[in-house]
Write a protein that binds this ligand. Sequence first.
Ligand code: CS2
Length: 494
Amino acid sequence: MTTTQRLSNVTLKSLPASVQRPIYDRTAVTPGIVHLGIGAFHRAHQAVYTDTVLADGDDRWGIVGASLRSTDTRDALAPQDGLYTVAARDGDGERLRVVGSSIDQLVAPEDPEHLLETMADPRVKVISLTVTEKGYCHSPSSGDLDEGHPDIRHDLAMPGSPRSAIGFIVEAVARRRAAGATPFTLLSCDNLPANGRTLKRVVTRFAELRDRDLGSFVADEIACPSTMVDRIVPATTDADRQTVSKSLGLTDAWPIMTEPFSQWVIEDDFPAGRPQWEAAGATFVSNVDPYELMKLRLLNGSHSTLAYLGYLAGHETVSDTMSAPGFAVLISGLMDEEVTSTLPQLPGIDLSAYKTDLMARFSNPALRHRTWQIAMDGSQKIPQRLLNTIRDRIKAGAPFARLALGVAAWIRYASGVDEKGAVIDVRDPFAAAMRRQAESVTSPTELASAFFNMEQVFGTDLPREQEFRSAVEAALAQLMRDGAAATVTQVISP
Ligand code: CS2
């Protein structure tokens, strides 16, 4: 048992001088942002930018965070007055920063009314979200609200005590509207294509299903700027808790592990006002789409490919995978030969430097980023990370063998049994259905066909493309015959 004191407002002053900490008066900070989904990613990203804004003297932007399910984050942070450490690590060492922007932590299912009241507070100008892809209750291939989703049906039946982020947002909009308060801005910080527009589409549809007028109000009055968010944030382990607490000389129940790199590109559309996040390094633009495509296709597309193939080849982390034979060549080939030509030109962005940085970030030896963690929720991720790129390649009449291998590796992984015959703990909203499909087939071609029938993932267009079917089937057959490690070393430039 540890005998050190807990990190808190009172113990802050005992931190070693090397640890950056909030130097502003936290008691003067008022709530300006409600963030839905206060997981590790939010705490390593938006909360850090906002901490800088508060340190610059604008105390209107305290973050009230809400977890939509579990009590873990609140249980860890509340005894620490919301303080926690961000540890940025690479081969050169570690920098610790205690972040103070989280001023309250709520657990939505414990008291939905309290969260709704907070969202309706006129001082709150921004509702931001990191609820992961599946939190949007939409079809990943079409971007439309999934009206049959159990949480959506629940929230339509009981709008005053919602479960989903979408239900909370629309009820809060309705309450502010009834009270004549200015509407807030909705800020999606998830890895979805056109995340702001996708959010707007699902909330507008949900509001319409509640009542026509409310639907028009959301469509006309609620700004939903899109954002591109980037920072690699592996899950915290008990060993991380111990080493960080030791460096602090105080116990931090939930430090966040990350890399030094951080990027945030945001569309500047905040009618109710916003924090000066540019002071913390964010970039404001009029259209985020090209940045988002670049990041989703190069970073996330490579990440998912590394995760499925790396896991199947027996590697625990992304950096282990990157140092195994063939993987770095495969990933740089995927980025240079198959993804880059699908990206629009971005003035001021040097794509070669971006890709070189990505290779270094994936290889960061200090980040133990598990392939299993990235492999989660593939059905929600594959469309924007790999399939849309493949669509563009098909349109251009260009080859896409490496992208097809990434898709095949996902199918192989999601079928639920690894190369040694052991069960894979597949975490995905469709896990059970995918497992059943895999069990009912006998050949790679049948397995691929069974997956192609998932319209929410592949849409109706891709399964009709013979070129697509053949490329994925061939890669899947090879993976099942030779295994992932050997397949990776055999992929050559087409
Ligand atoms: C990762 C991302 O878990 C995953 O699916 O690909 O979380 C990735 O680390 C971030 O998008 C980096 O910004």
